[in-house]
Write a protein that binds this ligand. Structure first.
Ligand code: ADP
Ligand code: MG
Length: 154
């Protein structure tokens, strides 16, 4: 696990952009943390690296999924309002998780059994106004290797 402290939104976006450099098509990034901690902000920072206009990056609260076209397709899920698994099955999440784009998933805990078994997990916690603690963990070989590379970046 890696722990990074950020002092403002800009630092969180910069961390996301650095991490994004290491992501490949098919990768899945989970974003955990309470409302307002900076999950969407993190996706904005990563999206910028993929040449997606960050003003287009908004939490897809009602549709559950936004797709952005950049260097790769970016699948941005926000499952906060997911109240039954039919909804997620309707989207056909597997096509995205196991597809050619890069997935970012806010509120991944809502996936239950539909969760992939391997992913990078970013957990953001509020410290004080403007300050956050960001923990990065890995499940599976691909992501454990990725985590080692992230450590080298630090
Ligand atoms: P979430 O998607 O987790 O609900 P958002 O990214 O939409 O959260 O909102 C996070 C809010 O917190 C934004 O208004 C952002 O400007 C603010 N913020 C303040 N400090 C930070 C920080 N260090 N990292 C990320 N966001 C921060
Ligand atoms: Mg959000």
């Amino acid at each position: 696990m890696i722990t990074v402290k950020t002092e403002n939104e800009k630092e969180t976006k910069a961390l996301a952009a650095r991490l994004a450099k290491l992501l490949k098509p098919g990768d899945i990034v989970f974003l955990n943390g309470d409302l307002g901690t900076g999950k969407t902000t993190f996706v904005k920072g990563a999206a910028k690296h993929f040449k997606v206009d960050e003003t287009k990056v908004v939490s897809p609260t009602y549709v559950l999924l936004n797709i952005y076209d950049g260097k790769y397709e970016i699948y941005h899920f926000d499952l906060y309002r997911l109240d039954n698994m039919n909804q997620i099955n309707t989207i056909g999440y597997e096509e995205f998780f196991y597809g050619e784009g890069i997935s970012f998933v806010e509120w991944p805990e809502r996936l239950g059994d539909a969760a992939p078994s391997e992913y990078l997990k970013v957990t953001i916690a509020h410290r004080t106004e403007g300050k956050r603690t960001i923990k990065i963990m890995a499940r599976g070989t691909r992501y454990k290797n990725l985590l080692e590379k992230i450590k080298e970046l630090k």
